[in-house]
Design a protein around this ligand. Structure first.
Ligand code: FE2
Ligand code: FE2
Length: 150
């Protein structure tokens, strides 16, 4: 990939942080770790941006993609809830956003990427900027790929 250096330069400071490394300990889909999944989403979002020439702010796009599942718990251990508003799928974007703000003071646009990545499940968190739309799509494509290619 031509701009791989830019990709690596943006993500490097985050990847060396112990809390980001902690994402290795939790499983996303199948046996893939949350960190591997999040790097896959960053890669996919980056490729989509290049493919469609959407000229995203790469700092926002890649940081948001890397931290979109920065919730830092094992969701398989989470108590089973029959209230949709308490389910992991519904609550983890805001938990991830809170962690990203506390740990890295990410800006408002990056917060939107994280908060809105589960749309349309999270009905009122609609992705508005291009970076949030791309990560929302990339996350679904990666989740499908990871679920069916075990
Ligand atoms: Fe997620
Ligand atoms: Fe995800």
């Amino acid at each position: 990939m031509k701009d791989r250096t830019e990709f690596n330069t943006i993500l490097k400071p985050y990847l060396s942080h112990p809390k980001v490394q902690q994402m290795k300990e939790y499983c996303a889909h199948g046996r893939i770790s949350v960190l591997a999944h999040s790097l896959g989403v960053a890669d996919m979002a980056y490729k989509l941006d290049r493919r469609f020439g959407s000229k995203s702010d790469l700092q926002v796009l890649l940081t948001g993609a890397l931290l979109h599942d920065f919730y830092l718990y094992d969701w398989h251990d989470a108590k089973l809830s029959f209230n949709i508003f308490k389910m992991h799928g519904y609550t983890h974007p805001s938990a991830s956003c809170r962690n990203a703000v506390e740990t890295f003071h990410v800006d408002e646009r990056t917060q939107e990427v994280i908060r809105c990545h589960m749309w349309p499940l999270t009905l009122r968190s609609v992705p508005r900027h291009r970076e949030a739309v791309l990560v929302c799509i990339a996350d679904k494509l990666c989740a499908l790929k990871e679920t069916f290619h075990r």
